[in-house]
Design a protein around this ligand. Sequence first.
Ligand SMILES: [Zn+2]
Length: 449
Amino acid sequence: MWMSSFARLARPVLQRSASPMVCKALRSCHRMELPGAAPSFCITPVHVRSHQTLGSASLPVACHSVRHVRVVEEERLMVVEWEDGGQSLYPFTWLRDNCQCPVCTLQSAEARLLLLADLDIHTGVDSVEVTKDGKVSIVWPEKHMSVFDAEWLKKRCFSPAARQAMREELFLNERFYWDASLRIPRADFHEVLHDDGAALAWLLALRRVGIVHLKGAPAEQGQVARLAERIGYLRLTFYGHTWQVQDKSMANNVAYTSGKLSLHTDYPALHFAPGVQFLHCINQAEEGGESEVVDGFHMAEQLHREDPEAFRTLTSLRIDFTDTGTDYCDFMLQSKNRIIDVDSEGNICKINYNNATRDSVLDVPLHQVQPFYRALKAYVDIMNRPENVVTYTMEPGDIVTFDNWRLLHGRKSYVSRPDRLRHLEGAYLDWDEVMSRLRILRRNVHGDV
Ligand SMILES: [Zn+2]
């Protein structure tokens, strides 16, 4: 149901190269709601790093059977030849380490019992064979026997393509990049709370697009906590379990004023900033207070293209952030974060930037001070281009859920009136907990393989 509106709303955004895999990924989102229906939409990405595994959110049910199994003694590898062609190679050591028998694995916890101290990392193999029920059995020199399911082995194949597919299935790192033409995906708050298909579609869009609006929540406090419980638990910070964004006297945070908030991520003063943010509008200002968001990953990619030197600076220098005050309790935070974090493969994975909490302490060599300012200015200038910023007004009952490692958000100033206080309630979660719920929902909705 809502997923079709997600598709319709998000469609104008993301174009350039149509990928059938993207369509497949999104079809999988609403399989529950529209059984058997042909998809009436397709979202195509502005940017997709690798096309091959976008459909993996749906855990396509594959059936792989083993035709033949043999060993290559000198390489200490087992070779599995598959019925549908192709073969997979498995090191002896890895196979012995991952024996699934009750002696080697605590099956109630799916956890390894076999100690590394007892693992012979130079083990040979006595014999291998395909069993009558299509599994692979191995007898080890100490006469221990391991039996492996064909599908289990296939998913753990060490080929680059199989590893990439598994990585995508587990972590869903493919993102749809967007700009000002994004129409923010929407879902119904109550449906997300009560329907697994709707909750799965919400979290998939949150992961892929980075932002989803939930509509129809009661305009009273406590709703972000309910939503967090749908996932697991929320992330406690010095601003409390949940926090009230209002114009406060003696504000301990610039958010608690009626002033403009420039585009920022929350909490770079922590070394591990919250991954996900919920903001629930309980009361909106009569004048001003519009929200703004940009896709920080997409902007970083644009910076990389337009100004590689600035990109290098922001991905290498660790910048100081600070936050001091009293709220949940008293706090005096200091951190060092790269404004643009990249992983070991060079993929942009986290943005850390809040101009308000960027420290006056700038622990970089003197000659890098000016290049740092130049690089930061270049990044912020790209973010502020009208073609990149999505602006929206929250209404009472709206909850915006977004990726705080990826999006930068801001707010226009507003007129504060005592008889009509603007009031948002916020909460944080971390991506580990959100991804955990996403995997469980995916298993419940689509089944597991
Ligand atoms: Zn065993």
